[in-house]
Design a protein around this ligand. Structure first.
Ligand code: ADP
Ligand code: MG
Length: 226
């Protein structure tokens, strides 16, 4: 579903040498499964995820999505891709503190021009095992619950790909495992791409682990789970 060709990203800053965050990434990823992008801090993981998710543009190279090159994407195509095709989950949840759980989740649907009905929100909350928490405020939730709301917000769009950038980075180990189990379950039906620096998590939950160092892929393995 996703073909990445010679992707490069150079950050240019005034008065400093350019940072070559990605130096030529080539990759093919299928329709389902849990794919980890594993690497140390600063290796280029978030840069890659943001470009794959349409949040940033590459300096060079292209992504082929279902046969269409991002080189031919119009601004409208990019909006459609971000709003309908992909869902994001971040380390720091990125929930809006002044809105309720149901409003946070509903906003994702409104962005794609759809009406967030109570039943659709209830259904999304049920999938992350947070039935009945519609009216809570994010400040009244634990870290793990906030991340589940963030996942429900991604899910309600019925995205083909869920991108998660260090989704367990702010959680304790047990809660982190619960979040990864949930993402793993979802990956049976859709592609889930998780960025992490945690090798143990990657090898426990990943169907495939792509290691990145200094802006390049240095290993790419399928993981056999017994
Ligand atoms: P990771 O997510 O693996 O920690 P990043 O993709 O965030 O790595 O960063 C890769 C490299 O690019 C690092 O050297 C980082 O400092 C640099 N970088 C990331 N974002 C920016 C930016 N907006 N401007 C300049 N440099 C950046
Ligand atoms: Mg990062």
């Amino acid at each position: 579903m996703l073909d990445v060709k010679n992707l490069k990203k150079h950050y240019i800053m005034k008065g400093a040498a350019p940072v070559e965050a990605l130096r030529g990434i080539n990759l093919t990823i299928g329709d389902t499964g849990m794919v980890f992008i594993l690497g140390k801090s600063g290796s280029g993981k978030s840069t890659l995820l943001h470009i794959l998710g349409g949040l940033d543009t590459p300096t060079e190279g292209e992504i082929i999505l279902e046969g269409k090159s991002t080189k031919d994407f119009t601004p409208r195509d990019w909006d459609d891709y971000r709003n309908r095709y992909v869902g994001f989950v971040f380390q720091e949840y990125n929930l809006l503190a002044e809105f309720s759980v149901k409003e946070n989740i509903g906003l994702a649907l409104q962005l794609q021009g759809e009406k967030p009905t109570p039943s659709r929100i209830a259904e999304a909350l049920a999938r992350v095992e947070l039935e009945g928490l519609e009216s809570r405020n994010p400040t009244q939730l634990s870290g793990g619950q906030k991340q589940r709301v963030a996942i429900a917000r991604a899910l309600i769009k019925k995205p083909k790909i869920i991108f998660a950038d260090e989704p367990t980075g702010a959680l304790d180990n047990a809660t982190g495992n619960a979040i990864l189990s949930l993402l793993k379950e979802l990956s049976l039906e859709q592609l889930v791409i998780v960025v992490s620096h945690d090798r143990e998590f990657a090898e426990t939950y990943g169907d495939r682990v792509i290691e990145i160092a200094d802006g390049l892929i240095v290993a790419d393995r399928m993981i056999a789970h017994s």
